[in-house]
Ligand binder design. Structure first.
Ligand code: ZN
Length: 520
């Protein structure tokens, strides 16, 4: 069995999870489920990032110890996962002892190899980013992320000899076009490397200034820089260096939002190289959700609350909308009107209507049991089988390269094709004429293709997929893939056994009236 490993970023636990977090987790869950559906042993990792200045300050503000603070916020984050139906295998916390030990082993290894040195240092420190910037990285003297003037700090610190690995990294990215994807972020990473702005990475903070972190194994007066600590979660969760999961799942893939491209595209691969570990296979980078064409912020009053939307429209409709609406990598605008539009057109009119009309015909003509095939298939039926094979082929290819919007569009060609097939074949007329042989062929072609649609949708809308399959008479287990290999479904076109019991009716996605619309 092929293994697949995917991580989300570990979330910085100083804010309530927002639409961006929900999106990253839903994409990660859908991708992992997709690999499970393709017969792979797929592992999904998520977690919380719990060290650093910002956490220490936020805890102090609340009058809590940092540990109590991160426990409460991490618990809040963990509660979100089942509400979004995220089937993660593990949740790593950077305050776990196991993680701390792995970070220290990693640091010691790189130190022993001579790639960590101690030096006097003066640098521009942004408290928001918790990192030093070089002169060249600043924009008009300001932090490029926060647009604030960093403070000039002078102290002795430990440095990771990152500069030594930058030419090698540039070559690796050049030679492996999908190492960072989509392409726009690969170009961005190469531009960072070519700019000459990157130097060695300061990886320590003196305890005199900050104590909330992991102690350096070779100097107890210093703790580890939060990013160096955080990135190692991807292998500490797999119990590197000796764990069975590490041997089984590494190297895997990462999923991140574009704001953390640099640590993942530059710091992490050079760290892995210095420690002598294999690099990840792909870094998948997504864009931002905007609201009314700008970044969401409390002061603008345009924040979209994922939980509100799930409560109002259903989790699966929300998951479908996010994957269908955003072209992975680009920014997308969130609008509730657009979401209702998608629910009404794609889910209710196209998909829901297909299930509803076919199952009600079967109830009427066959007492909700699959008939026996008794006639020969005609050209129109073969065309549907071909359309089905093509749709599945495209779906698998597009989904496996993170092109979810196009994958769903490809699948909807089949959904719409089936609705047209119902219209053109007019089974009700055949029933009136008593042409039962032809009628049976048509409903069996429909049931066969509908089952394939339900299978394809399991990664995107897991609960709905189980419901659709149950309506088609297929028993499934709630948290496991409903089929052994989706790829095998591309070439087969086997209908249900005669007598299979079907649901008498289906109402998957009721239409939403526009009067329900509230502005965000
Ligand atoms: Zn900053």
């Amino acid at each position: 069995m092929k293994q697949f490993f995917l991580s989300t970023p570990i979330y910085y636990v100083n804010a309530k999870p927002h639409l961006g977090h929900a999106y990253t987790n839903i994409v990660a869950d859908a991708v992992t489920r997709f690999h499970r559906l393709c017969g792979e042993d797929a592992f999904l990792l998520t977690g919380t990032d719990e060290h650093g200045d910002k956490i220490a300050q936020a805890a102090e503000k609340q009058g809590m110890s940092p540990k109590d603070f991160v426990d409460s916020v991490s618990a809040e984050f963990q509660e979100l996962l089942p509400r979004l139906n995220i089937a993660n295998n593990r949740l790593v916390r950077t305050t776990d002892d196991a993680h701390k030990r792995v970070v220290q082993t990693f640091l010691q290894k790189v130190h022993d190899a001579g790639d960590i040195y101690f030096a006097d240092f003066g640098g521009h420190y942004c408290y928001g980013c918790e990192r030093f910037y070089t002169e060249k990285e600043l924009e008009n003297g300001l932090c490029p992320q926060h647009r604030t003037t960093p403070e000039f700090l002078s102290e002795k610190n430990y440095f990771f000899r990152m500069s030594k690995y930058l030419p090698w990294l540039a070559e690796h990215i050049e030679k492996n076009p999908d190492f960072i994807r989509p392409e726009r972020y690969r170009r961005e990473a190469l531009a960072m490397l070519e700019s000459g702005a990157l130097e060695d990475l300061c990886i320590s903070r003196p305890k005199s200034r900050l104590t909330w972190g992991i102690e350096l194994p070779f100097d107890k007066n210093y703790i580890c820089y939060v990013w160096f600590d955080a990135l190692i979660n991807y292998i500490s969760a797999l119990s590197w260096p000796d764990g069975a999961d590490y041997a089984r799942y590494w190297p895997g893939e990462h999923l991140v939002a574009k704001d953390i491209l640099k640590p993942h595209a530059v710091f992490w691969p050079t760290m892995l190289k210095a420690a002598g570990l294999p690099l990840y296979n792909h870094l998948n980078v997504h864009g931002y959700w905007l609201s009314r064409a700008t970044k969401m912020s409390k002061s603008l009053g345009n924040v979209v609350e994922p939980e509100d939307l799930c409560a109002r429209y259903g989790l699966d409709a929300f998951r479908y909308f996010l994957l269908r609406e955003m072209h992975f990598g680009a920014d997308a605008n969130f609008s509730e009107t657009a979401m209702i539009g998608r629910i009404n057109s794609d889910l209710s009119n196209d998909l829901g209507n297909l299930f509803s009309r076919v199952l009600s015909m079967l109830a009427k003509y066959y007492d909700s049991r699959a008939p026996e095939e008794s006639g020969k298939r005609k050209a129109d039926d073969t065309a549907i089988a071909q359309l089905c094979a093509a749709a599945l082929q495209n779906y698998v290819q597009l989904f496996s390269t993170m092109q979810f919007a196009l994958a769903l569009e490809a699948l909807w060609e089949l959904v719409r094709g089936l609705n047209k097939y119902v219209d053109s074949q007019a089974p009700w007329a055949l029933f009136k004429q008593g042409n039962t042989a032809r009628l049976a062929t048509i409903v069996l072609v429909l049931l066969t293709a509908m089952r394939k649609i339900a299978l394809c949708l399991w990664p995107v809308m897991p609960e709905t997929a189980h419901r659709m399959l149950a309506q088609l008479g297929q028993r499934t287990q709630r948290n496991s893939a409903p089929v052994e290999s989706l790829e095998a479904e591309i070439t087969s076109f086997e209908g249900p056994a005669a007598g299979t019991e079907l649901a008498p009716a289906s109402n998957l996605f009721p239409r939403i009236g526009v009067k329900n619309l509230r502005s965000p």
